[in-house]
Design a protein around this ligand. Structure first.
Ligand SMILES: Nc1ncnc2c1ncn2[C@@H]1O[C@H](COP(=O)(O)OP(=O)(O)O)[C@@H](O)[C@H]1O
Ligand SMILES: NC(=O)OP(=O)(O)O
Length: 313
């Protein structure tokens, strides 16, 4: 049975819990369809908008109410894993019930080890939270000099935080055991909670957000997946994105994808990590394929009728 890791984009999950519930309900239909087609699925998801929202909500509230504490990014990622996992479980269970299938679904709060010396800690590149105008971003940076705000793929300005590379999934054995027992598993949400290892063998959370595309790549590697599906807000990967020359690509060989990366076609922090994760996954094993597609058109992408497929020549 083909094993498929499906990464759902944080931006593709909508801006509010209500919007997310609707999007997740639609996604659940596609995900269950995949199982009915004979695939085993493992679900991961992003949390860029959500982790930023949770973080700023506690920070703002704590300024006005001394009974409310502010929470650092690892705790905010853990909270986002909980509430996005809740919506996914709820939507998948409704679909499973409607189809009278004997399937079970569970979310694993997942920690991912990162290197404490990772250079990313000194160069924040991961966009989180809402989009702002240039003027709003400048005002925010002036009132809080620790904030880094940068353009995100020509969609506006966003807060940037460090995004170290994922090294190891601490809950890998739990995930594999649940897969062995035929669970549908939601794991590595928001790229996983970033933790570093201390000399005494303990781990503690660090203030960063791991890119969920890279985390999904190591998840796919760790569970020996056959396919990596990265679902986002656009139907296909494009070259000359956002210009009159934009060309949407139904497929890319690994060599072409590497060339397009070098030529700068993919925005860092958004499309670039998806393409890089797809390349690494496809290159590392025989017969593997990666697909980047939209959440809405996932059922078509599964049949090869939408999305961009990345393959080894
Ligand atoms: N070359 C490109 N082709 C397609 N989309 C691109 C490209 N470069 C940047 N993008 C933007 O990247 C977005 C996907 O990244 P992002 O929103 O961070 O993903 P996620 O769904 O994981 O949150 C697309 O919706 C699109 O706006
Ligand atoms: N953590 C993360 O990569 O989230 P997004 O997919 O929302 O950017």
């Amino acid at each position: 049975m083909p094993r498929v890791v499906i990464a759902l984009g944080g931006n593709a999950l909508g801006k509010t819990p209500e919007e997310q519930k609707i999007k997740v309900r639609n996604a659940a239909k596609s995900l269950i369809e995949l199982i009915k087609q004979g695939n085993e699925i493992i679900i991961s998801h992003g949390n860029g908008p959500q982790v930023g929202m949770i973080n700023i909500a506690f920070e703002e509230a704590s300024k006005h109410n001394d009974k409310i504490a502010s929470f650092d990014l690892p705790e905010c990622t853990a909270m986002s894993q909980g509430y996005i996992g809740f919506h996914l479980q709820n939507a998948l269970q409704a679909e499973i019930y409607a189809q009278k299938k004997p399937w079970y679904v569970a979310t694993v709060v997942t920690q991912i080890e990162v290197d404490k010396e990772d250079k990313a800690f000194k160069n924040p590149t991961k966009p989180i939270g809402s989009f702002y105008t240039e003027e709003e971003a400048k005002t925010m940076m002036a009132s809080d000099p620790s904030l880094v705000m940068k353009k995100d793929a020509n969609r506006g300005y966003r807060r940037m935080v460090p995004s170290p590379k994922p090294v190891r999934i601490l809950e890998k054995e739990s995930v594999v055991s649940m897969l062995d027992h035929e669970f549908i598993v939601v794991t590595c949400g928001g790229g996983g909670v970033p933790v570093v290892r201390e000399e005494d063998g303990s781990y503690h959370g660090v203030s960063a957000v791991i890119d969920k595309d890279f985390a999904s790549g190591i998840l796919a590697e760790s569970v020996h997946a056959d396919y990596l599906f990265i679902l986002t807000a656009v139907d296909r990967v494009a070259i000359h994105f956002g210009t009159p020359e934009q060309q949407d690509l139904p497929k890319m060989s690994v060599e072409e994808a590497e060339r397009y990366c070098e030529e700068g076609h993919f925005a860092s922090g958004s499309m670039l990590p998806k393409v890089q994760a797809a390349i690494s996954f496809v290159k590392a094993g025989e017969g593997r394929k990666a697909v980047i597609a939209s959440l809405e058109k996932a059922p078509l992408a599964i049949k090869g009728e939408s999305g961009t497929i990345i393959y080894k020549d």
